[in-house]
Ligand binder design. Structure first.
Ligand SMILES: C[S@@+](CC[C@H](N)C(=O)[O-])C[C@H]1O[C@@H](n2cnc3c(N)ncnc32)[C@H](O)[C@@H]1O
Length: 266
């Protein structure tokens, strides 16, 4: 395996990789960090070649590291062997993963979405917590959803925390972005049900009628779904709240909705 060995935190590539913790840097470069051999292997198997592959000395001979390195080099990327100190700084963790990949971000244009290609899709309005977003992308993958549409001012699906929470599903699930206006215009041609989720809805999600493809629309963690989006849905549903908690965590509510819809439609 042809790789450079780097031991200095001052190395320009190491500095550039560390800078990918910042959203501004990710937006300017179009790159992001994915940590761990499992996630990097997932990416490689799905055809995403790392731009940079960093690994500790102990990981060098692992067959999956070698496969990821071969793909990196074949696509003009760089393979860097680094020490533990660098891996800790790159991951901002005391127990860093032994392999870290830097990949190119991919957003699917809204116009490329083919609603009929999957029974269920998820739209998130102004999601703010990267852990929630990553967990939802992972759940959408697990349940066989077509993709996730980010509406309005959302957190970055390519943040380090978000990518960690996807456990690799960021490479498998198409993610699109839209302003509220773009979403509302695009939604008019949606061929199936558009289902909003509201704590104040009178329809229980169990009794709603879902037509494929169903687009589930989830609201922001603090404010919930704004009226203009709730009104644009065919139906708004609630998940029964039987105890003292006044709402569910966004990613939990999305998981319940995704499985309710896919169980009904598949
Ligand atoms: C934490 S909740 C928002 C709470 C917010 N204070 C409100 O009044 O809507 C975040 C999102 O999760 C979904 N959600 C949470 N609990 C729900 C429930 N019981 N029924 C339907 N949707 C729910 C909705 O999409 C909501 O916008």
């Amino acid at each position: 395996m042809s790789s450079r060995t780097i031991t200095s935190l001052g190395n320009p590539t190491v500095k550039a990789v560390r800078a990918l913790h910042m959203r501004k840097e990710r937006e300017e470069t179009g790159l992001f960090l994915a940590e761990g051999l499992k996630i990097v292997t997932e990416a490689v198997e799905l055809g995403h070649a790392p731009r940079y592959l960093l690994h500790g000395p102990d990981a060098a001979e692992h067959p999956l590291t070698r496969a990821a390195a071969a793909m990196t080099l074949a696509h003009g990327g760089e393979v860097l062997e680094v020490n533990r100190d660098i891996l800790e700084k790159v991951s901002r963790k005391e127990n860093p993963q032994a392999v870290v990949g830097v990949f190119r971000q991919t957003f699917t244009p809204l116009s490329d979405i083919e609603p009929g290609s999957a029974p269920c899709w998820v739209a998130l309005e102004a999601v703010r917590d990267p852990g929630n977003l990553g967990t939802i992308i992972r759940t959408a993958d697990a349940a066989g959803c077509g993709g996730v549409i980010l509406v309005g001012d959302c957190c970055d699906p390519y943040s380090v925390e978000g990518v960690r929470a996807t456990m690799g599903s960021i490479f498998a699930v198409p993610v699109a972005r839209a302003t509220v206006e773009e979403f509302l215009a695009w939604r008019r041609d949606w061929p199936g049900s558009v289902v909003g989720t509201l704590l104040t809805a009178s329809v229980n999600q169990h009794s709603a009628d879902y037509r494929a493809p169903t687009l589930i629309l989830m609201g922001n963690e603090a404010q919930g779904l704004p009226p203009e989006l709730a009104e644009a849905c065919d139906v708004n549903v609630k998940i029964p709240m039987r105890g003292r908690a006044d709402s569910l965590n966004l990613s939990v509510a999305t998981g319940i909705m995704i499985y309710a819809v896919t169980d009904r439609l598949l």
